[in-house]
Design a protein around this ligand. Structure first.
Ligand code: NAD
Ligand code: 3DD
Length: 487
């Protein structure tokens, strides 16, 4: 394992190389100039510091854009600790810059799963004060729900639930169970104390939001939550326009592959799938969509895409991208029957969209590492259908835009993180009022986030006259659409 700067004695951080801080600082400064909304919100609250002294933990890809979010939350007064939400998505120079700024961060690119979950525990572990030992966060920014999951499973364990003592369904689940059992010995009662002080969580992404609603419906949600993903200025921008640019970035940095002229399969035609499909079409690929939902399938067909099944494409397609937030989209059997040198990648939040565990344990398959996050798998002649062929796998099935490139550009992340910051402020302002359910930010704030981004790209809005406003039944200053409006 490469050396990681672990200086938790004098400084509270774990990063790849603290010497990268200056480079990271230069890149963070470039990001700030492309994040007008977030910087305007930072300036608006810098004096009043509404999050003064609040213990805040974040589990979100440690990129230059996230660094701007972290320093915004810090400027608003919070005591921030951070880890990434994916083993490959950290930009080491930016993590170093955050550490050098004195903000505890526990993240480096290429973590093992054991290291990832240890970093998650470090991120959640705020120092004690005179009367307390270590304490948990009061607020959490989560992306995919790993921080939320660990606290919920920890409380279940301390309430006598036996889940941690049962065999893990996969390696990562076993890692989580082992960590929780270790905390039971080292810090008994820690998780119930964390839950008691926890006032709210804001969730960044679709898959994490699904998990929150599942917990809420099961009556298990321990804390008020805000669904940031479904702010229009998040999902219809980050998920759609962000992926439209960062998918290609990931594929090309990894393989230099020519997309034009190729057959590309995009599994899922939601916000992410739409961005991916239009990106690959723009590069000149013939794009085939797979979908389960007749509405999204019809949308794809109306945009001129062929809609078929994965099976229909085997032996024909050159590129596969999973974007569903679901599991087992690309199976071992699919990969065994793919065209030679087919490229397979995922841009969904978790790596279970592609059957990576089965691929890595299959008897007649060999793995050759080309370079970090690029592997060639060769299927022996004993495989069914198509022996002796190879496929390329990117980022070990983890999200390719952050595993093989730097994720979405800063401008679109400014929209997402403006919503995150407003959500954190809302959670803290309402900490004694909100219930243990899932909220969304009001449309007024959604429209405000959009407004904060218009000037920088030269947008000039038309002003609604009072007569027009009355005619369409909206206030002159908005909100301009009913809650059920679909953008
Ligand atoms: P979405 O719900 O809008 O779209 C997912 C689509 O997949 C839906 O239309 C659904 O019908 C379809 N689908 C589900 N199961 C399928 C199956 N078996 N076969 C074919 N289609 C299927 O979600 P989204 O907002 O597009 O997000 C998708 C995933 O991407 C989530 O995991 C989300 O967290 C993640 N995400 C990643 C990034 C990134 O930067 N990598 C950014 C945003 C979201
Ligand atoms: N995500 C994509 N690009 C990112 C970046 N540059 N920094 C931080 C996170 C980034 C993931 C987000 O799209 C997240 O909102 C998600 O997964 O939905």
């Amino acid at each position: 394992m490469n050396a990681v700067t672990q200086d938790t004695h004098t400084h509270d951080y774990k990063v790849r190389d603290i010497a990268l801080a200056e480079l990271g600082r230069r890149r963070i400064r470039m990001a700030e100039e492309e994040m007008p909304g977030l910087m305007r919100i930072r300036a608006r609250y810098a004096q009043s510091k509404p999050l003064k002294g609040v213990r805040l933990s974040g589990s979100l890809h440690m990129t230059k854009e996230t660094a701007v979010l972290i320093e915004t939350l810090n400027t608003l007064g919070a005591s921030v600790r951070w880890a990434s939400c994916n083993i490959f998505s950290t930009q080491d120079d930016c993590a170093a810059a955050i550490a050098a700024a004195g903000i505890p961060v526990f993240a480096w690119k290429g973590e093992t799963l054991e290291e990832y979950w240890d970093c998650t525990l470090d991120m959640l572990t705020h120092p004690g004060d005179g009367t307390h030992n270590v304490r948990g966060p009061e607020l959490i920014v989560d992306d995919g729900g790993d921080a939320t999951l660990l606290i919920h499973k920890g409380v279940d364990m301390e309430n006598g639930d036996n889940w941690v003592n049962t065999p893990g369904a996969n390696h990562e689940e076993q890692v989580i169970k082992n960590l929780l059992k270790r905390t039971a010995k080292e810090r008994p009662g820690f998780w119930k104390k964390v839950a008691a002080g926890w006032k709210g969580v804001s969730e960044e992404t679709t898959t994490g939001v699904h998990r929150l609603y599942q917990m809420m419906e099961a009556g298990k949600l321990l804390v008020p939550a805000i669904n940031v993903n479904d702010s229009v200025t998040k999902s219809k921008f980050d998920n759609l326009y962000g992926c439209r640019e960062s998918l290609a970035d990931g594929i090309k940095r990894a393989t230099d592959l020519m997309v034009a002229g190729k057959v590309a399969v995009v599994c899922g035609y939601g916000d992410v799938g739409k961005g991916c499909a239009h990106s690959l079409k723009g590069f000149g690929a013939r794009v085939i969509i797979t979908e389960i939902d007749p509405i999204n399938a019809l949308q794809a067909a109306m945009e001129g895409f062929q809609v078929a099944t994965v099976e229909d494409t085997l032996g024909i397609a050159d590129i596969y991208v999973t974007t569903t937030g679901n599991k087992d989209i690309i199976t071992l059997e699919h990969m065994a029957a793919m065209k030679n040198n087919a490229l397979v990648c995922n841009i969904g939040h978790f790596d279970n969209e592609i059957q990576m565990d089965r691929l890595n344990t299959a008897r007649d398959v060999t793995r050759e590492n080309i370079k970090p996050q690029v592997d060639r798998y060769t299927f022996g002649v004993t495989s069914s259908n198509n022996g002796g062929h190879s496929i390329y796998m990117l980022a070990e099935g983890r999200l390719v835009n952050l595993g093989c490139a730097h994720g979405h550009p800063s401008f679109v992340m400014s929209n997402s993180f403006s919503n995150q910051t407003l959500a954190q402020l809302d959670l803290w302002a309402n900490k004694d009022k909100y219930e243990k359910t899932v909220y969304r930010l009001p449309k007024k704030l959604d429209e405000e986030v959009a407004r904060l981004h218009l000037e920088q790209i030269g947008v000039k809005l038309t002003k609604l006259t009072p007569e027009q406003a009355a005619y369409i039944g909206v206030p002159v200053e908005g909100p301009y659409k009913p809650d059920h409006y679909r953008y």
